[in-house]
Design a protein around this ligand. Structure first.
Ligand code: PMP
Length: 393
């Protein structure tokens, strides 16, 4: 059959990132490529207990169709979590979604017409780039530095593209760079977006996984007139296989959002919502997050010290205070070429080229530290160091 695909189906059939992750799945390969949390930290026993309680008390209910925007009790718990993060909201403004990825997709579907401009940090989250392009967006990268998206660069971009549809930002421990936007910049960026009347989409799956420095309020905290749509997730604080995320937005947006969510899947898995709600009632989430951050702090520090010890002196890297990624630049290399040599030496990463909306910075790449143990981090970084020497020779 020769299918006549819609315009939203990508033309290309190769998928370089999938190819890297497939190569990295070989057990011989030490992979810093994926973005997987540490599975040994998943609260399996506590989840099982929650699941048992849910079936014992609400067996019929959880197997039935349910409300499109989510289980009200879980939405109330999310309201309370957001309040602790510095955001005042209420149940009608919260939607439970099938992973924050679904929120990104639905926001794209709601706001983008083919040809529309979307502003993003450059580099940014690969799967957001793919979604926005699927809906026909023209992505314009906004320059960032160690302190996140630069407000001056955003102001210029908004002036140049006054018809911008929305701004997409990952303020905490950004994927792929691990960088965090300062509080000053958060306030400035929300103000710029509000002045330009351009929605600001804040994607924050990592903010709770902070192992150094002090928590900063979400962009939504600074929002006075409904400019900010805030997306977050249980993937990194509980488990990604649950596919449980949420979106917070003002009322008029929610009225439209509910219709698109309904079209997509009627509602997020009801059973899992009950399990997460029960888990939150019975387990100290902050204590659980502390366990995660203790392990990630150690792994990040180990990886950074190995990089400083074994990579050439010219190397630059981000200094993440949380999350799962380090961004590295090895001047004088091409990261796509470096990856080929690394794969021969059984170590993998994702080259920077995957993450740029605009011009690629050669020699940049993303390393994940959450999913590997100490020995793998040491061996993997030393293998990479040898490959870098080969490439630079
Ligand atoms: N946003 C960012 C920045 C991510 O890195 C990820 C996944 N790694 C997601 C969204 C999607 O997460 P999930 O759907 O599991 O909540």
């Amino acid at each position: 059959m020769k299918f006549r695909y819609s315009e939203s189906v990508p033309k290309r059939t190769d998928n370089p990132t999938a190819a890297i992750l497939k190569a990295a799945a070989d057990p011989q390969v030490i992979s810093f490529g994926g973005g997987l949390p540490a599975p040994e930290l998943f609260p399996v026993a506590e989840m099982k207990a929650a699941c048992d309680r849910v079936f014992d008390h609400n067996g019929q209910q959880v197997l039935q169709y349910a409300e499109t925007l989510g289980y009200p009790k879980l939405r109330r718990q999310i309201v309370d979590m957001m309040q602790k993060r510095g955001v005042q909201t209420d149940v009608p403004n919260v939607a439970v979604v099938t992973g924050s990825q679904q929120a990104i997709d639905l926001v794209g579907r709601m706001l983008i017409n083919p040809g529309d401009i979307v502003l993003t940090e450059d580099p940014t989250y690969l799967a957001a780039i793919d979604v926005f392009k699927t809906y026909g967006a023209h992505l314009v990268g906004v320059e960032m530095d160690e302190a996140g998206m630069r407000p001056e660069a955003l102001a210029q971009a908004l002036e140049r593209y006054p018809e911008t549809k929305f701004i997409y930002t990952i303020p905490n421990f950004q994927n792929p760079t691990g960088r965090t936007m300062t509080a000053d910049r958060r306030a400035q960026i929300v103000k710029l977006a509000a002045q330009a009347q351009v929605p600001l989409v804040e994607d924050d799956p990592y903010g709770a996984i902070r192992y150094a420095g002090t928590n900063l309020p979400p962009l939504k905290h600074y929002d006075q007139d409904g400019t900010v749509i805030s997306i977050s997730s249980f993937s990194k604080i509980l488990a990604p296989g649950l596919r449980m995320g949420w979106l917070v937005a003002e009322q008029s947006f929610m009225e439209k959002f509910v219709q698109l969510k309904q079209n997509a899947d009627l509602h997020t898995d009801n059973l899992t919502q009950y399990i997460v709600a029960d888990f939150l009632d019975n387990v100290d989430l902050d204590q659980h997050i502390k366990k995660i951050t203790d392990v990630y702090r150690h792994r990040a520090e180990l990886m950074l010290s190995q990089i400083d010890q074994y990579f050439p002196a010219s190397v630059r890297h981000s200094q993440p205070e949380g999350g799962m990624f380090i961004w590295v630049e090895v001047p004088g290399t091409d990261a796509d070429e470096l990856l080929k040599v690394c794969l021969k030496n059984n170590v993998a990463f994702v080259p920077g080229s995957a993450f740029f909306a605009g011009k690629v910075q050669p020699g940049t790449f993303r390393l994940n530290f959450s999913n590997m143990d100490d020995e793998q981090i040491r061996t993997g970084i030393q293998r990479m160091a040898k490959a870098i020497q080969t490439v630079l020779a």
